[in-house]
Design a protein around this ligand. Structure first.
Ligand code: SF4
Ligand code: SF4
Length: 131
């Protein structure tokens, strides 16, 4: 009798699997649809909102952000995704809501320090103007 119940349970599970939506997605062939507040993906910046204050850099526990600052308006914000712990502290720290988790994953690399994303660069532009 127990065996019949077991088999019935498996049978209903198979029927459910056909009826319900798949629980996995074919990423990267299909886009990721992440729940609100999800952490763990590469960071992106809204450059218009970034003032170069450096709070995100100060609070990053993994040394994954770097700010090279010349003056108040001349700065470059670099991001090292392979160093990033994806903790979301920088997102919390930013008072301008300039930094957030994007909807894609970081590319794999064997050189964590060589993988760098320039999030904002006003150094070059300003230097061009100066010359
Ligand atoms: S998510 Fe965490 S580890 Fe990654 S850059 Fe932000 S503060 Fe640093
Ligand atoms: S991302 Fe936010 S916290 Fe980081 S430098 Fe820009 S404004 Fe400041």
């Amino acid at each position: 009798m127990r065996n019949i119940f077991k088999k019935l349970k498996i049978f209903t599970a198979i029927i459910d699997a056909f009826r319900n939506e798949p629980e996995t997605i074919a990423y990267p062939r299909e886009p990721l649809v992440l729940p609100k507040g999800h952490r763990g993906n590469i960071l992106m910046l809204n450059p218009e909102q970034c003032s170069g204050c450096g709070l995100c850099v100060r609070d990053c526990p993994a040394n994954a952000l770097e700010l090279i600052k010349d003056t108040r308006t001349k700065f470059r914000l670099d991001y090292y995704p392979a160093r990033c712990a994806y903790c979301g502290q920088c997102v919390e720290s930013c008072r301008n809501q300039a930094i957030s988790h994007a909807n894609n994953l970081a590319d794999p690399t064997s050189n964590p320090d060589g993988s760098v994303i320039v999030l904002k660069d006003t150094l070059e532009k300003e230097n061009e103007k100066d010359s």
